[in-house]
Design a protein around this ligand. Structure first.
Ligand code: GTP
Length: 421
């Protein structure tokens, strides 16, 4: 899965690490300015962080600098879930590389990311992270813009040729620039970790857009929960519905499937096969019937039989097909689905990215299921869909079996993309 992209990211890592290595200076403990490592300068009342001595030379940052006077910190990810960066970073690093990486990186314009979420360092300078980092520090470097020009250009070309959407590729590059260029970085493990963490954060930022806890949301909704699936023909909608039926049944929910694809000959038979295998009820009408009526009946059935979740298939359509888009609107009016999930195939690359944007504009979606990720070596859709549509990827289809469905986890995705071969 995503092998091409993994290779290309690996090349960037090597190139950027080389650029960092060329600028490394050894640091004797005694040479370190307190400023290099200080972490206790935050004023809790203003949440201001000490600015870098090099800050004036910093290139304008599109991400870390807000309004004039706003805090500029080394923290990069704008999390979607409201939790503090510190908590998340700590979580993430513990899972991926305990004791290495981010925790060891300190820039001179503020605290290391992990430190930002920790308890306040009351006696700054004598206790806490600054002191700890000092005793571990190995070296320091500054990467200037020109050092990274070549590697970043290569990375841009690599992302674009992997079907990453142009705006998303630019965002990733901006994120990396913000993280790596122009700041003196002291480090405790290796320059490789510094580069890897910058890349990790840059990608995480774009793929984690809009993430929410899907299971929790299902648990909290009044039952029955109605989920409608939309997308173009043949991308794996029906199969994904069958997989989600299995997913929910595995978590103790009962499901009923509604075939709102009254358009395509053979659709009833196809979905009936899945329902039989999964031993779940199918509600279907004659071909040519009203899809909204099918879904309405399925919700009635669920109400009457205490079924927890209604999974509603719809006809494959293009967002430009007005008749079919009107059907979706009617479904919205008649059954008021709790969620509309857009289904597309990872292998469609840029097309899938464009369709996600367009479907969201035409019929507000809550999230995406990206199918056939198992057959996609590029990964461009997986990287781009959330950022472009503003809605999260919720699941990846990773095969044709009912269990071949993975919750999309941005952390795991980044780990996967940056895993050493
Ligand atoms: N490898 C792989 N194949 C998949 C995956 N999901 C679906 N497929 C296959 O894709 C083909 C199309 O799937 P369907 O579920 O029929 O697609 P659909 O979108 O419902 O198609 P229409 O009903 O024609 O709109 C089938 O052969 C599925 O087995 C996946 O995650 N990985």
């Amino acid at each position: 899965m995503f092998d091409n992209l993994k290779k290309k990211l690996g090349s960037f890592r090597e190139d950027a690490e080389e650029a960092a290595e060329e600028n490394v200076e050894d640091v004797e403990e005694g040479d370190l300015e307190e400023d290099d490592l200080e972490t206790g300068d935050e004023d809790p009342s203003t949440n201001e962080t000490t600015t870098s001595v090099d800050a004036a030379a910093d290139p304008p940052s599109s991400r870390n600098e807000g309004a004039e006077g706003a805090p500029k910190t080394a923290v990069s990810s704008d999390r979607q879930d409201g939790s503090s960066d510190g908590d998340l970073e700590t979580d993430r690093d513990e899972r991926t590389d305990p004791g290495a990486g981010r925790a060891g990186v300190v820039s001179d314009d503020g605290p290391a990311d992990d430190a930002t979420g920790d308890e306040p360092d009351e006696d700054s300078g004598s206790t806490g992270f600054g002191r700890k980092a000092k005793s571990l520090v190995k070296g320091k470097f500054v990467i200037e813009a020109e050092d990274l020009e070549g590697p970043l250009h290569e990375l841009e070309m690599a992302l674009l040729s992997s079907d990453v959407e142009m705006g998303v590729a630019e965002e990733i590059l901006d994120n990396i620039r913000d993280e790596l260029i122009g700041e003196t970085r002291t480090f405790t493990t290796s320059t490789g970790d510094v580069v890897e963490n910058a890349l990790r954060d840059a990608i995480y930022d774009v793929i984690s857009v809009g993430q929410f806890d899907f299971d929790e949301r299902i648990a909290l909704e009044d039952k029955p929960v109605t989920i409608v699936f939309t997308g173009v023909n043949g991308v794996g909608k029906t199969t994904s519905i069958a997989k989600l039926s299995r997913y929910f049944e595995d978590r103790g929910y009962s499901t009923v499937v509604a075939n709102g694809d009254t358009y395509r000959a053979g659709a009833n038979e196809q979905i009936q096969e899945h329902a039989d295998r999964l031993e779940t009820k199918l509600i279907a009408h004659e071909q040519g019937g009203d899809p909204a009526a099918v879904l309405y009946d399925a919700v009635e059935y669920a109400d009457a039989n205490d079924v927890d979740i209604v999974l509603g298939d719809t006809a494959g359509r293009l967002h430009t097909d007005e008749g079919l888009m009107d059907q979706l609107e009617k479904i919205d009016r008649v059954v008021g689905p709790d969620m509309t999930l857009f289904v597309d195939e990872a292998v469609a690359g840029q097309d899938a990215v464009n369709r996600a944007r367009e479907f969201d504009a035409a019929a507000e979606i809550d999230g995406t299921i990206l199918t056939k990720a198992d057959a996609d070596s590029n990964g461009g859709a997986a990287i781009s869909v959330a950022h472009v549509s503003g809605k999260p990827i919720l699941f990846l289809g990773v095969g044709q079996g009912y269990d071949d469905l993975e919750r999309f986890d941005p952390d795991e995705m980044v780990d996967r993309l940056l895993a050493e071969e």
